[in-house]
Design a protein around this ligand. Structure first.
Ligand code: PBG
Length: 330
């Protein structure tokens, strides 16, 4: 009878040994909570609206948004990222950079309520604001026009910074967007406002529930001509990251997270700025749906999904479970 000399199980024997040996940790400060704020119900003084495909997530009124932000702060969540649902949409997404636009008003509310206690980010894109649902301006033949869109993005960045945002997060995947936004911010006196670039953002089926949540499904076509192809090798993502950092990105993001952990790892290995990963609406919906059917242990699955994203190398994780998980970790 011979005995194995190497026994990896030794360090797994007790909970205390496992806790001491865990190299990857999750803490509330690493989590960023995505939040939706909707103009028409805010104006009507109505109630927050549940999102059917994302049980537990709502479209907020300005009032309920403030309360939920306070809750996130109490739980120790590191940041929150705001998405706006305007009452009126048009071809150029006018309300995105309107000083009275819903995100700008909500940002000002949050600065008053929780400013300084949590990092306030804003998603910077046009798809929630355009009547056609695309992330940029359209040419006459219906293609998304990269370069004219850049001016819109710079203007939105300035509107958000004026309203008090801490970090702008461009998600439209236009070439040159980080440089354009950096220049716009600098020129307007916001040289200190950081940019978290959605650098490697894939054309993903996992955004399905978000398009209900933010009411931004493209009215024709899809986003395949600007978001990345899931079938491309990781080097394309690394190129996008390198370009964004060269253009002045202060932090970069990979999105979605769960099906792109190889990309997260590759980016984390080379980026000299913080890397975040976005656990998107579909990732949330899948676990909630399986748990609702009793097919999966919800609480364990949530923590496992998040620790995996951290293990792949993400410094921060955007997750709709941020407040709940932060409360559980405390
Ligand atoms: C675009 C944007 C999207 C998401 C975040 N920003 C949707 C898209 O690109 O179609 C998706 C987030 C999620 O699915 O949770 N402004």
């Amino acid at each position: 009878m011979t005995y194995p000399a190497a026994r990896p199980r030794r360090l797994r024997r007790t909970a205390a040994l496992r806790r001491l040996s865990a190299g990857v940790r999750l803490s509330p400060a690493d989590l960023i909570l995505p939040m939706f704020v909707r103009e028409d119900i805010s104006v009507a003084g109505g109630e927050p609206q549940p999102i059917v495909s994302m049980p537990g997530v709502v479209q907020h009124t300005r009032e309920s948004l403030r309360k939920a932000a306070v809750e996130a702060v109490s739980a120790g969540v590191g940041g929150l990222i705001l998405f706006g649902l305007p009452a009126v949409k048009d071809g150029r997404g006018s309300s995105a950079d309107d000083p009275e636009g819903i995100v700008q008003l909500a940002l000002a509310d949050l600065v008053r309520e929780v400013g300084g206690d949590i990092v306030l980010l804003a998603d910077l894109c046009l798809d929630e604001y355009t009547d056609h649902g695309h992330c940029g301006l359209l040419t006459a033949d219906g293609a998304v026009d990269n370069d004219s869109t850049l001016e819109r993005y710079a203007s939105i960045a300035v509107a958000q910074a004026t309203a008090g945002v801490d970090v702008v997060a461009p998600s439209g995947m236009m070439d040159g967007q980080v440089a354009a936004i950096r220049a716009g911010l600098d020129l307007a006196g916001f040289a200190e406002t950081p940019i978290l670039a959605y650098s490697a953002k894939f054309a993903s089926a996992f955004y399905g529930p978000f398009r209900d949540a933010a009411d931004c499904a493209p009215q024709f076509g899809d986003r395949n001509a600007y978001q990345q192809d899931p079938a491309r090798r990781v080097d394309e993502a690394l190129r996008e990251v390198a370009l964004d950092i060269a253009e002045g990105a202060d932090a970069v993001m990979v999105k979605p997270a769960g099906s792109y952990l190889d990309v997260v790892r590759a980016v984390a290995d080379v980026a000299d700025v913080p890397v975040s990963a976005y656990q998107v609406s579909g990732e949330y919906a899948m676990i909630e749906a399986a748990a609702a059917n009793g097919w999966i242990d919800r609480d364990r699955a949530i923590l496992e999904s998040l620790i995996s994203i951290r293990r792949a190398g993400a410094d921060q994780v955007l997750t709709y479970w941020a407040t709940e998980v932060a409360q559980r970790l405390r």
